[in-house]
Design a protein around this ligand. Sequence first.
Ligand code: NOJ
Length: 539
Amino acid sequence: MSTNPKDWWRQAVVYQVYPRSYADHDGDGTGDLPGITSRVPYLRRLGVDAVWLSPFYPSALADGGYDVDDHRDVDPRIGTLDQFDELVAALHGAGIKLIVDIVPNHSSDRHVWFRQALAAGPGSPERERYVFRRGGGADGELPPSDWTAAFGGPAWEPVGDGDWYLHLFAPEQPDWNWDHPDVRADHLRTLEFWADRGVDGFRIDVANALTKDLTEPLPTKAELAGLLDGSHPLFDRDEVHEVYAQWRELFDRYDPPRTAVAEAWVPAHRRARYASPEGLGQAFNFDLLKADFDAAAFREVVTDNLRFATEAGSSSTWVLSNHDVVRHASRYALPPGTDENAWLLSEGKDPAPDTAGGLRRARAATAFILALPGSTYLYQGEELGLAEVADLSPATLQDPTWRRSGGEQKGRDGCRVPIPWTATGPSYGFGPGGAHLPQPAWFADVAVDRQDGVEGSTLEFYRQALAARRRLQTTEDLTWVPSPEGVVTFTRPGGWTVLTNFSAADVELPAGRVVLCSGPLRGNLVPQDTTVWLEDEPA
Ligand code: NOJ
């Protein structure tokens, strides 16, 4: 392992906190910064290297906080800047770094510059900071193009004076115009603001958007679908890397340099530029998250991504869950190829999940990724083995996806339900009041206090895995070991062997001392859906 402090991120375990759903100190049903600070001892015991905080900025919550009113402040429901400083101090005191979310593709429609743009009217300089276009038709009553937004519905919103603005996500999230110098300068100020407050790194939201080519005539939606890599007017344009080169100069002014990780849903071969040392430095790799629980699929994803990371001059990232996807304990409980949205719409009943098998596979997959070279990103609650809350009733849903898709897409609330800390209490220990999304009765069985100190619990398994990883992790090398069909085995430097059995047949335990098992062994045999870590016996 590199001992250079500036490389801390290369093989870090980063734990994502979705602030509104972590811990609620003041009892208003929404998680807050003092709540997170109160859980720093828990995070330290868990053994994470860094925390990534999803947005905590002032927001109307049209998209869970990814609609930012003011990027240099804290939402009053979540806390204050002083409380933010207290959190930084507590984390740093516990040896944990802090990464914050930057949302540069769009602001919220309550941002002061957007309000000014609306008030100033068509053709004004204020509108130049966003993407306004005249509508078609005699009175501008038609959208400038037929593009659709990520959450459903049109990507253009009329403002009543013949102008429309572009929003790739919800209408409450107008896209910035990245050709505008004010937009560039303001984001540099934001990065500097948080870096000066002690933030160690940044997670960059939809890093593959930002710069756009809106030369008229605008292509149709059908034409967009056929465009080759790099030629799409909205996504993954080469010019976006000029923005990140400038950000990199800012990051490198700090000691240690501030880090960044790109959320860029681009094909694997386009990821390198986001991850390069001249750019953001690291990029999420969501390939395992999309793969079936399958030996060949896992091995291929790892091989490819280790190569991509090396080519980029970065380390790879591994992710199984986050605030945008169905929790992996539930994904692995469903037959491969299940339409997850249809399953959510059936309230988690069709097909019936194999809950025990899902958790077994989730633990095996987690132990697998935690042994890989590179950084692992964990999502709050996965250390409890939490399944998706699939039966949230429509009336309780907050995700704009639900409304914007006209009820066709259930959305992401099921992985954002406030997590259970205790088996009892008004919100299972989330806070002294209720919870902003309803928690199911089964949360009592998986609460932190039910698992704490219990041998074999998922929480103890994560703690053990993180401690062993910290001890075993060395250089970023991996060697595959020939294995029977359906089994993947690799070694890491320093005598660390890792085997995952994806097949139905038991497989013999390799030589060495067992340091971690994701599930019970059968004597000298590793059963299906199990990962085991072994360490060479001293000679
Ligand atoms: C990606 C974020 O992870 C997601 O939660 C959000 O809805 C979109 N970007 C838009 O900001």
